[in-house]
Write a protein that binds this ligand. Sequence first.
Ligand code: PAF
Length: 290
Amino acid sequence: METGHLKIVRTVSQLREQIAEYRAAQETLALVPTMGFLHEGHLSLMRQGRANHDRVCATLFVNPRQFSPSEDLETYPRDEAADIAKLQVEGVDLLFAPNVTEMYPAGAATTVSVAGLTDCLCGVTRPGFFDGVATVVTKLLLQALPNTAIFGEKDYQQLLVIKRFAKDLDIPVEILGGPTVREADGVALSSRNAYLDAGDRTRAPELFAALKTAAASISARAQSPDAAIEAARQRIEIAGFGPIDYLDHRDAETLAPAGAADRPSRLLVAAWLGKTRLIDNVPVGDDGGR
Ligand code: PAF
């Protein structure tokens, strides 16, 4: 199906046929996997792809394998028509929007699982999540074989997991992160922000504000990391967040507890605000404010 410049395909064979045409014309390709309900964060990744490649392909697939039975698969926000309109405005070339049977035909029995990096943070509080992400992203990378695939840094642990398995499995695709896009008040853009009611939305900026303050305080050695994290924890609890799944200072490459001060590190948080689980992260020792 053609909608303006954007071509929409729903099967792996149509996807491969279109990409073969790009390759025959010596064109390079950036892939931007998404679960739809697109916001500026996703669109900034499309622009990053567009700036460096001849063609940009977005994918839209709400991947059931990365939701546990108690999570929000059924209610996850979806609006394909609005997503298509946004992709057209961005000049995206190709949208791959398969259904569940196309991605997981009957008999599909393979899971991609990454050890180590997934033993902490979201890997603890969302068991099975990273296996679901690693499996679907492996499939998307192999289906499209782009030059580059781009993922948001807001999902920082996910980005490291994807880099890990792409390297381990010799998938010949460059994996890049794109900076977190924020509202003017600091709230990181996320499709799940749609769940926040008006009251929660007014409280939400405290999450990033607390992280930023803690990162600045650790960088300036004004407080020990433990004291800075405790202050951030108290601040977000007072703002109405809870439970806090984690609020940790971790090595930026291995996600082990942060050690030597000369290693890049990050503060990462996942916390509930009403019925919404928000995640965010900031670098420590950099500008502390991305
Ligand atoms: O970050 C997301 O939107 C998803 O986890 C991804 C990478 C598209 C895989 O389903």
